[in-house]
Design a protein around this ligand. Structure first.
Ligand SMILES: Cc1cc2nc3c(=O)[nH]c(=O)nc-3n(C[C@H](O)[C@H](O)[C@H](O)COP(=O)(O)OP(=O)(O)OC[C@H]3O[C@@H](n4cnc5c(N)ncnc54)[C@H](O)[C@@H]3O)c2cc1C
Ligand code: FES
Ligand code: FES
Length: 1289
């Protein structure tokens, strides 16, 4: 970078900690004047991670400290470093997680607390979480729970991260073990002063900032010039000189255009140091706020104004505050500016409609002079004569005070309540003639409808002079639906839902205003009927609370034996300090090359020719969009990516098969039909009182592990040896495929895995292909090659959880007993078999004993990326489907669903439809215990009572049982091996074949070794998983990784202990170190391999019988929700889970798995939607378009109980694998929502046997809660009465 014209860009003396280069592309310096922080610093700090690169995941959070010349204070704020241009950081301090604390110095209480309270799993997001909390505490030393929850809005998802604490002070926990714990105030640790631990900013920011006031900063890169003028006059001159140059403040809009849209700006202006753009003035008309004011600052300013001014003046401010509560996460709010928001004017931006209805005014300046323009719908739609001119900038914005007779409201509905762009948003304002309800002025704007914010201007004009009553509402709905056009093929789909939101919001506004009028003049206006009051108000995100109850260890157990104790994750502290190294954190190696791939953009099953500039590379057959066609290696990431972009592909197009229906139509399947049958299906149906039939679609799910697939291949230079560092769940497969691709023996390929940043099944088969590509390149060039997938490539290439389509025919008696069920199941396998054929029919009974049962299943072959394993592998889909037909029986018989579940549930000793014996006693115990713990019946009654009182909001509750299948149906899949060394100093090194994915396997292995060798944990180390220490390791999956590898570790340790026994007996009072020394003197081998042959399982498909699973895991979940019938939003109120975890080796780890799995299930069943174009292109390729649950989706009350006094004799220490089972229990939320919807439909006299598909999104909830508004949308322009059926009170 050429810095001739300017002072050093970032002087190390300015840094509080160290600069966070992020893990990504540290090799990449280039001359990217405009690169974001994570992609540019060639410093080898591992803490700051890159999970998405577009501001959506929070993994890259750092703290920025800057001097504010207006307030004369140093401001600290969290920021997504992936969107931070380096040049914008001049004069600021960047604190990364390394600057907060480390194991080498001392760890900060936040890091300590997060680690000790089990707040990390794979740890990839943990540094980002630490930085968010750290920035919060810098500003608010004693934050409220609300502030904490808001600080974690910034993208952190509780699927992998646990986002939970035991509620105890971490300092209290040292050495202590608790058998039960309550979540509570996690902040006020006794005697803990965060500032005691918090480094102050080391450099004189204030002086620096003052010094720089008068200087223009120019950074000249190869392609971009970044200019930061020191004065407004200079900025205006520059804007005249470079009218096309963007005025970049937060870079959250321009940055995304550049990253995603490929837009290039040769000149960028950065006005951050211009004080006129940061002013905050209270004027007679309203607040004047500088355009460079950040949205987080705007929030604070508005909050102050609202608390200090009369209520009638602050209605616009309150509406803005409401939108700011949910707009993006705190990191984005801290970066994004008011001016940037207004000028970038995305259709779904939430503040613009409010600013427009509030008649805000933009104060513009240019070299031609000053002027004011109103912020209107014309401005927002980019109307030329209402817009700012290319040489103008917005200096400030006047946000007017509201008037006494003003009513202002803001609305938004998104796929997720927080940190998700609106599907539709709106702001509405009405001004009445003083003292009347006659409309003097009306303004209604909507976002998310077209390419810009739109106004219902004509409708509003027509309504002026009308009284605010029901007739006006009817007319308003008619007019708005007529004026706001949304074509049936509008981008983004959800057309009917979006139209329904137009009028639903209008109705809410109507009621809010009625309510407001009544408050203003109680004698003049009638009361709002009590039932309709429920249309008012939004769900608030309250901090979750919970209990986690597990059994204490036997009091006889030796105190140093850690088995059964909630031991902290082995890497917990390193997760929190950022010292935990992932594949891409490994230091660049001399001569290292980067690799980028070229993917097919078509799903056609024909040959494309791959062209570079001058020659054809080859002809291939592509079978899906995203198929890797070729790779480019180069000296840097950017060069590799640019090279890949240059490759041109010509396709010959054919019609692709994409859906299950298409595949059925074309008879396109993988493998044969699989079938399992029990009893006599025909007889069963003949004996039934009634038979019902139905079908259901269940969508797929993105794995969304936070660490994208990564691989580094390093040729050793001799004998074709290669080290392969991969983020895989399957080390031996990587080794085998690389060896085979290079045509060398496996013994030359050393695959290493330190840890993986989440996997969920998505890193079983695919990482081997990525490793092969990198290995071929490394072999060809003789140089190390690193291949880190970008988030969107990872989501495109890897495949998903299998979408499912099922048909059922169920025969039952009038008392609810199901006597026959015939199930036909299909999954969308995508373009190759992968592991799709496994288990598609073996889980369909869930917890129910159906005497006559037939299930047939097929894997459909389509032109989608090959779908693959995903946590629970087939069970979540099968279980949801089973619960759907059981619910259908309850609906049909009119019996309560829990009664039908209860009477059909397995009991005592039993056999599955494939004739595997099992004991269902614990299933029943979980059921009874969950009914009791959740206070199911009393809460059900309370929900019913609530529903009677509230027409527009309904509660629902559901209790769902589970018989989960652990493991695999082949014995060899369960084998495991370990290698344990004892060194002469007594220290122990344990290795085994399992991979640490965040599930705590290494922690459990250390516990096993500690118990078996009878040495404290501090003696034992676990370094990595490697094919050099444990050959032929099987996949770490199927919930059984910890127990099978645990058996192998146990075996190795027992061998060693046995060898040591004679020595110990000779010197029983001796110390471990003495015994080891003695053993060495006596030439006793201090190294042993351990082996576990595996659980015996098999499946005979011919006979339709087998012992397909080593054991079953039972669990029951009860969830309660509340839905908003007008928007489709829902609130997870409470969940109680009782799990048959038997004797948990580590309850903290297991509870984390259950909680994380449950939330992942909530995402699967209620939120996560993969959208694919008719041509087979996946639209949902990042956190911007694909929403997984966030903190706001954790049930407000979340309790997990382990069933006491149960044992699993076949697994190590009588434990059970908890890795996957929790996912299905997320379906309790699905059925609780269904229960709420059923209550709506019953009240409205609608058929109660309605079909719901998964995910049960806001769209589906809204549209199935049919009412006059949905009817209006479907049948427009014909209209019926707007009010719900007349109701009293
Ligand atoms: C992850 C993520 C989540 C988001 N979620 C939401 C959400 O939930 N709701 C929502 O409403 N929005 C959301 N946004 C959008 C966000 O509100 C906008 O990107 C942001 O407000 C733009 O501000 P900025 O300062 O970053 O603009 P920049 O990117 O810096 O600039 C944007 C444009 O504004 C122009 N500009 C800036 N200041 C001036 C000025 N003073 N005079 C003239 N022109 C100027 C620039 O020239 C440029 O064209 C999200 C964005 C991201 C990245
Ligand atoms: S990497 Fe920056 S927010 Fe995801
Ligand atoms: S611990 Fe948060 S991403 Fe895994």
């Amino acid at each position: 970078m050429n810095t001739e014209n300017c002072p050093p860009l970032l002087n190390t003396s300015q840094m509080t900690g160290d600069l966070g280069g992020g893990n990504a592309n540290k090799r990449e310096m280039e001359n990217q004047a405009f690169s974001s922080l994570t992609t540019s610093f060639a410093v080898c700090l591992t803490g700051t991670k890159k999970g998405c690169g577009i501001g959506g995941c929070g993994a890259c959070t750092v703290m920025i400290s800057t001097y504010d010349p207006v307030s004369k204070k140093i401001l600290h704020y969290p920021a997504n470093s992936c969107l931070l241009p380096i040049c914008s950081l001049h004069g600021t301090a960047v604190t990364t997680v390394e600057g907060v604390g480390s194991t080498k110095t001392r760890i900060h209480p936040i890091q300590e607390r997060l680690a000790k309270c089990h707040g990390s799993q794979c740890g990839f997001c943990t540094p980002g979480m630490v930085m968010s909390m750290y920035a919060l505490l810098r500003n608010h030393p004693e934050p409220s729970m609300e502030q904490i929850t808001a600080a974690l809005d910034g993208g952190f998802e509780p699927t992998c991260c646990q986002l939970r604490g035991t509620g105890q002070c971490c300092l209290d926990q040292e050495g202590g073990v608790s058998s039960s714990s309550d979540r509570g105030d996690r902040v006020r640790c006794r005697g803990l002063n965060y500032f005691q631990f918090t480094k102050s900013v080391l450099f004189p920011l204030q002086r620096m900032a003052q010094e720089q006031q008068g200087r223009t900063l120019v950074f000249q890169g190869e392609r971009t010039m970044w200019i930061s003028p020191a004065s407004l006059r200079e900025l205006l001159e520059l804007k005249t000189k470079y009218p096309k140059a963007p005025v970049v403040v937060g870079n959250t809009s321009v940055g995304l255009d550049m990253k995603i849209g490929g837009v290039h700006h040769p000149v960028i202006l950065h006005p951050d140091r211009i004080s006129e753009l940061r002013i905050v003035n209270n004027t007679n008309n309203g607040l004047v706020i500088g355009a460079a004011c950040r949205l987080a600052q705007l929030r604070d300013i508005l909050m102050k104004a609202v608390s200090g001014l009369p209520e009638e003046k602050t209605k616009i401010f309150c509406a803005l505050l409401q939108q700011l509560r949910t707009l993006a996460g705190e990191q984005i709010r801290s970066l994004a500016s008011l001016g940037g928001h207004i000028v970038s004017r995305g259709s779904t931006w939430d503040l613009n409609p409010v600013l427009a209805v509030g008649n805000s005014v933009l104060n513009l300046t240019s070299t031609d002079g000053k002027r004011q323009i109103p912020l209107t719908d014309d401005f927002l739609s980019g109307c030329k004569n209402a817009d700012i001119k290319p040489n103008e900038i917005i200096v400030s914005v006047l946000i007017p005070y509201s008037k006494k007779d003003d009513f202002v409201s803001a609305f938004r509905q998104a796929e997720r309540r927080k940190n998700a762009l609106s599907i539709v948003n709106s702001a509405m304002r009405v001004l009445f003639k003083p003292g009347t309800n006659v409309i003097m002025d009306l303004n209604i704007l909507y976002g998310g409808i077209g390419s810009t914010t739109v106004s219902a201007r004509k409708s509003c004009q027509k309504l002026v002079g009308r009284q605010w009553n029901e007739h006006m509402l009817g007319e308003a709905c008619r007019l708005v639906l007529g004026e706001i056009f949304l074509s049936p093929s509008a981008p983004g789909g959800k057309v009917e839902y979006r139209r329904a939101l137009l009028v639903s919001f209008l109705f809410k506004f109507y009621l809010q205003v009625l309510h407001g009028l009544k408050i203003l003049d109680p004698s003049k206006y009638p009361d709002l009927p009590k039932k309709y009051m429920s249309a008012l108000g939004n769900f608030e995100c309250r901090p979750p609370q919970g209990r986690q109850v597990y059994q204490d260890v036997d009091p006889e157990q030796p105190p140093q034996d850690p088995v059964g104790h909630p031991i902290m994750h082995q890497s917990g502290v390193k997760h929190a300090t950022g010292e935990a190294v992932y594949c891409d954190d490994m230091h660049p190696i001399d001569g290292e090359l980067s690799l980028a791939v070229v993917k097919s953009s078509k799903a056609v099953p024909v040959e494309p020719s791959v062209l570079t500039r001058c020659y054809v590379l080859g002809v291939l057959q592509v079978i899906c969009v995203g198929q890797i066609i070729c790779a480019v290696v180069a000296e840097s990431d950017i060069q590799a990516k640019r090279g890949a972009e240059k490759v041109k592909i010509q396709y010959e197009e054919l019609e692709p098969i994409l859906t299950i229906e298409d595949a059925i139509k074309h008879n396109s399947y993988i493998g044969k039909e699989k079938k399992v049958e029990k009893g006599n299906i025909e007889k069963g149906f003949n004996s039934a009182d009634e038979i019902i039939e139905g079908e259901m679609h269940i969508g797929g799910q993105e794995h969304f592990y936070l660490e994208p697939n990564s691989v580094l291949v390093v040729p050793r230079g001799e004998d074709n040896e290669m080290d392969v560092y991969s983020s895989t769940q399957y080390s031996s497969n990587v080794q085998e495929l690389v060896a085979s691709a290079l045509d060398i023996q496996s013994n030359k390929i050393m695959c290493h895995i330190k840890r993986v940043g989440g996997a969920f099944g998505g890193k079983i088969t695919k990482p081997s292909y990525f490793a092969v590509i990198a290995a071929v390149a490394a072999n060809k060039t003789g140089r190390p090659v690193r291949f880190i997938l970008e988030r969107h490539d990872d989501m495109l290439i890897v495949g998903n959880r299998h979408p499912f389509f099922g048909k059922y025919k169920v025969g039952f008696m009038n008392d609810g007993r199901i006597v026959a069920a015939d199930i036909q199941a299909y999954i969308n396998a995508g373009c190759t078999p992968d592991e799709s054929e496994m288990f598609i029919v073996l889980k369909m009974d869930n917890a129910y004993k159906i005497p006559n049962f037939r299930v047939r299943g097929r894997a459909c072959k389509t032109h989608l990326p090959s779908n693959t394993a995903f946590r629970g592998f087939g069970f979540p889909q099968s279980g949801l489907f089973a619960e759907t037909w059981v619910t259908a029986v309850a609906t049909q018989t009119g019996l309560p669903p829990e009664q039908v579940r209860d009477m059909n549930m397995y009991e005592g000793l039993n056999v599955t439809p494939f004739k595997e014996q099992f004991d269902a006693t614990n299933l029943r115990k979980c059921w009874t215990e969950c009914l009791e713990k959740s206070e199911y019946y009393s809460r059900k009654t309370a929900a019913e009572e609530f529903n009677k009182q509230n027409y527009w909001k309904k509660k629902g509750i559901a209790i769902i049982p589970m018989k989960f299948t652990a493991g695999f149906n082949k014995t060899f899949y369960h084998q495991a091996a370990a290698l344990v060394h004892i060194y002469k100093d007594g220290s122990v090194l344990v290795t085994h074949g399992g991979v640490e994915l965040g599930q705590g396997i290494h922690t459990k292995m250390l516990q096993v070794a500690s118990r078996e060798l009878k040495v404290p944990l501090s003696y034992i180390h676990l370094c990595e998983t490697s094919t050099t220490t444990v050959p032929n390791a099987l996949i770490t999956a199927g919930s059984v990784g910890s127990e099978t590898n645990g058996k192998a570790v146990q075996d190795a340790c027992q061998i060693l202990r046995k060898r040591l026994e004679p020595i110990i007996q000779k010197n029983p009072e001796g110390k471990w170190e003495d015994w080891i020394k003695e053993a060495f003197q006596e030439s006793i081998s201090l190294s042993a391999t351990g082996y576990f042959k595996g659980y015996v399982t098999y499946m005979n498909w011919e006979k339709e019988e087998g012992h397909a699973f080593p054991y079953f895991i039972f669990g029951v979940a009860c969830s309660e929700v509340e839905i908003d019938c007008l928007t489709g939003d829902h609130q997870n109120i409470r969940t109680d889970i009782v799990m048959d975890a038997c004797f948990s080796i580590n309850p903290a780890v297991d509870i984390g798995q259950i909680e994380g799995g449950f939330i992942q299930g909530v995402g699967l069943f209620t939120m996560e939607e993969i959208k694919v174009s008719p041509e087979g292109k996946q639209y949902t390729l990042g956190p911007d378009t694909y929403k997984i649950p966030a903190v706001c989706d954790i049930p407000e009350q979340f309790n997990v109980y382990f069933l006491p006094n149960t044992r699993n004799p076949i697994a190590i220490y009588s434990s059970k694998g908890m890795g996957e089972a929790g996912v299905f229990l997320g379906s309790s939320v699905f059925f609780a929502i269904r229960d709420a919807i059923a209550s709506v439909r019953k009240e409205r006299g609608l058929p109660e046997n309605f079909t719901l598909n998964s995910p049960l999104t806001t769209e589906q909830i809204r549209m199935v809660c049919a009412d006059d508004f949905t009817e209006m949308v479907m049948n427009w322009p014909s209209l019926c009465s707007l009010w719900p059926p007349a109701a009293e009170g």
